[in-house]
Design a protein around this ligand. Structure first.
Ligand SMILES: [Zn+2]
Ligand SMILES: [Zn+2]
Length: 152
């Protein structure tokens, strides 16, 4: 994990008064390494692989991921399947992106929009915010459909 991301996470935890316990740090490390949002079972199995394998009990993983979500460290991505998926909050990573969500297998991938579209979105959203007298701090846009494997 980039040092700056770790520092942002630690600062955020301190700000909300949540201790950076070993389990919470591990959850954050696993999410920082992941290429896409993970379900809690995927987070647990990712913990058992890698350079320093560790078993995080399921109850502890679920409880702490909720703490991290409330703290604004982790963001929940809701799909059509049973399991929510989690990723580090983009306000901490600085990595603004969107998602492809497959409604058949539940797979979620990170995608970047073309810069031109992102700029157009920002401009339009700013205008909507002004019109509605709403202070927009971020936007979320997920593209929902069926992935290639599911259409075969
Ligand atoms: Zn993502
Ligand atoms: Zn965007």
């Amino acid at each position: 994990m980039e040092r700056s991301v770790l520092q942002a996470v630690l600062a955020r935890l301190e700000y909300v008064g949540l201790r950076p316990t070993a389990t919470r740090r591990r959850l954050v490390e696993i999410l920082a390494r992941a290429a896409a949002p993970l379900t809690v079972p995927e987070i647990i199995s990712a913990g058992t692989s890698g350079p320093a394998p560790v078993h995080i009990p399921a109850s502890s993983a679920y409880r702490n991921i909720v703490h991290l979500e409330r703290a604004g460290v982790v963001r929940r991505i809701v799909t059509s399947d049973l399991h929510a998926r989690f990723e580090l909050s983009e306000t901490l990573t600085g990595d603004h992106h969107h998602h492809l969500v497959c409604t058949r297998c539940g797979r979620v991938s990170d995608i970047a929009l073309p810069d031109q579209l992102e700029a157009a979105l920002e401009g339009t959203i700013d205008r909507i915010g002004r019109d509605l007298d709403f202070d927009v701090t971020e936007h979320r846009l997920d593209l929902v459909g069926a992935c290639r494997d599911c259409r075969r």
